[in-house]
Write a protein that binds this ligand. Sequence first.
Ligand code: 3H9
Length: 655
Amino acid sequence: MSALRFSDTISAALADGILVVTIDNAPVNALSADVRAGLMAALDHAEKDGAVAGVVITGAGSTFIGGADIKEFGKPPVEPLLPDVISRIETFAKPVAAAINGAALGGGLEVALACHRRHAAPSAKLGLPEVKLGIVPGAGGTQRLPRLIGIAAAIDVITSGRMVSAAEALKLGIIDSLSSGVPVTEAVADIKTIDSSTLRRTGLLPTPAEAADIIDKAATDALRKARGQRAPSEAVRLVRLAATAPLAEGLAEERRTFIELRDSEEAAALRHVFFAERAAGKVEGLEAVAPRKIETIGIVGTGLMGSGIAVSALNGGYRVIGVEQNPEVAEKGRERIIGLLDKAIQSGRLDAAGREDRVGRLTVTADMQQLSRADIVIEAVFDDLTVKTELFQRLDTIVRCDAILATNTSYLDPDVIAAATAQPERVVGLHFFSPAHIMRLLEVVNCKRTAPDVLVTALALAKRLGKLPIVSGVTEGFIGNSIFSAYRREAEYMLEDGASPQEIDAALEAYGFPMGPFAVFDMAGLEIAWARRKRQAATRDPAERYVVIPDRLCEAGRFGQKTGRGWYAYPDGRRTVDPDVTAMIEAARAEKGIAPKQFTAEEIVARLLKAMTNEGDALLSRGIAARASDIDLVMINGYGFPSSKGGPMFAAGRR
Ligand code: 3H9
């Protein structure tokens, strides 16, 4: 094999008369301008060189191609454009095969779809995740995929943006073969046998015949899940076009739609979220710190939160020791955890073998001494400072000296809990969101004395649990509840100033929140916040504006949905405006002599955004949050802020 180089990222070697072209553009072989130019140059070479009988395209490392280079979006386009490279591959006179060694996503799969043959490693994942970035595939995905697998299946794959396993890709017809060895070797052997006059050019295939009702159902399902987002509905329209329009027409319409969506606010916001997620959990200065080894996780308390944490830990492959106060409660905790695993089976997220494996790694006991085997203990007991400090002092005497202690408090000061222990540097906060086995967000609280390797271990653990870890410093409510408190306060101020709960909720829901704040308060219950306000009453600054309406609601026994009444009434479970609440609000305004103002939906959103970003700025200036994008991720993943708006800090910057 003699090595050839076509650009900084594209090299090739001749193997048995086949030019094996390798894309080496770490970290994910994205299709940058240099990759596109190198691919074109390699094809030029293959076209002219009579010794080359065919071409195999593959990726260096563990990825085939991670897609278009998202960092290039928003910059002036640089030729050759990806659709031109792809069209050159499809119409190439000599056979071209894709040796899919790892993830083939977005533009990466589009390159493969244009090849005449596709061989994938069993571990490869394939997909068109563009809708997650607010765009549609822009290099032929909506036109070529349906020609291979049919309209209904293409609608599902493209509008979900899901990763398809190599085995499923074979079944669907996306790939031609699953490699039992090295995909490149098999692709070279295969392509040598192909006659150039019989090349299967995907774009020229008709879409397979399908019953109209199957296609309609796939489209209806996709649009229902899209909940008003543009990209999935545009993708459905484009995929349907593949059945009726010639390739050139379909590609032109796809390109026009791709560019329009790529330049939209929604796509800019979703790109921000993509890069924010990659930056999250990275702590400056700790890059070289190695995490401690974690195999066994102790969890004290197996109630609602503890059982969810246990399921997360079992899903992450850890051994779990749950501890309860007595054997009866331990048995209940075990049943609760197994019940959650059974639910996962019912919803198809887990199979019977997976359940057995998890149950085999689970112990729930009333014997706290068992925690001497744990590498980390997470407490999920009642959120009370005395309860937690006493527990940590007891744990100090039981766990190994190198074990980590984590508190799952949402409002208490973990520095105080840490200070009560013999080794405060081994204490970290892990603030899970409920239900803990479902919610991705995990605030990792870096306490005053947390050791660097303890923080790094907590972050590594969070990733293995499939969580999105965001580091927060210590402050009341950490990042999320600090901002949510500011949001809540402002919503209450607006209520007093003249807006109704239903106007505020409707404005936020039209903006993209699944529920407005008052509907959320009713769902969560009003009594916990009431209890906290009562605790804080003695120390509250009398000059601070205080809205009494939520207290009045609680005094009237209106604790939200669970009591059938809160900010709204719930006859037959339906959220309904309650004249009694309107009267309470009007009375509270009159007591303060406030003349109610009218608010537009735009004003309501602007005021709430401002309250969130003011608090966000304060958290940044105090070093509680490391970056504005971390705040955005917390609000999107923990509090329903619409990802299509990019989070409060991003949205405020675009106004
Ligand atoms: C597209 O293809 C449009 C076309 O239809 C039409 C075009 C005309 N570009 O996730 P990781 C970076 S749209 C630039 O932690 P993993 C990422 O920022 C694209 N950079 O790795 C990070 O950088 P850093 C459709 C990218 O192993 C680093 O790579 N494709 C891109 O957990 C590692 O990322 C997608 O939407 C990119 N495309 O997962 C796929 N991708 O180290 C998006 C990644 O500086 N990518 N980076 O923080 C992924 O889903 C995952 O990255 C992947 C690897 C599964 C590939």
